[in-house]
Design a protein around this ligand. Sequence first.
Ligand SMILES: N[C@@H](CCC(=O)N[C@@H](CS)C(=O)NCC(=O)O)C(=O)O
Length: 245
Amino acid sequence: MTSAASPVALKLVTLPPAFGMRNVSPFCLKIEMLLANLDLPFELGEEGDPRKAPKGKLPFLVADGETLADSELIALYLDELTDGGVFGGYSAAERAEGTAIVRLIEDHLYWIMVASRWLDDEWWPNVVEGFFGDLPGLIRPLVTRMARKQVRQTYHLHGLGRHTLEEQRGFAERDLEALSSAVDGSSVLNADSPRYFDFALAGFLAGVYDQQPSTWVNPLADKYPNLKQYTEQVQESVGIWGRPT
Ligand SMILES: N[C@@H](CCC(=O)N[C@@H](CS)C(=O)NCC(=O)O)C(=O)O
């Protein structure tokens, strides 16, 4: 991917393309952007069945035979590998703010995006096609029904799944409003010279703006042109896009 020498061989394993996205997972895209930004050579691999990942989720990174699962743990590993290349440039206050922004994206808004895909009856056929299209037709209905049930339970356990759709829209809107203000006012985000926290935000928003077809989250995100512009700019700056280019 890049020409710099790396002390270790790195392979980033991500989800296969889906929903018109080359890299459909915000967590995977964030780390792909980070690796490119750090100028570390890496190989991209695909795993369509998250159950085969070390912690049942993607991405994971194979670094000289050692496997690291979870994008935040991967970022910490890369920070060590590059002697502070990931978090070294942030002040303690910036890191605190960036961490709070990442938690909002990855532990709250992400789940609303998941629900807008998986739990919307009209959108659901896209999940079946995008994530389970390779399964033999005979077992596909059973596997997809079980997977959907699991997502519904997880969303309920999170708490968001207990709200009406209108209330979920409200939560998404307030999250997006906060992110829009952060993009305009926070020193920790900078699309021209993006770093880890930018990759978390742009990696997530790329999947919202460019997913095919739109979900009910899209009209909410479209209310914030600065978020769309920021997402484009971060992808341009780092040379990594979520959609095929
Ligand atoms: N905390 C994890 C979250 C990763 C994650 O949720 N990945 C999704 C893809 S976007 C996944 O693999 N989901 C499969 C599942 O939960 O079964 C990280 O930061 O890497």
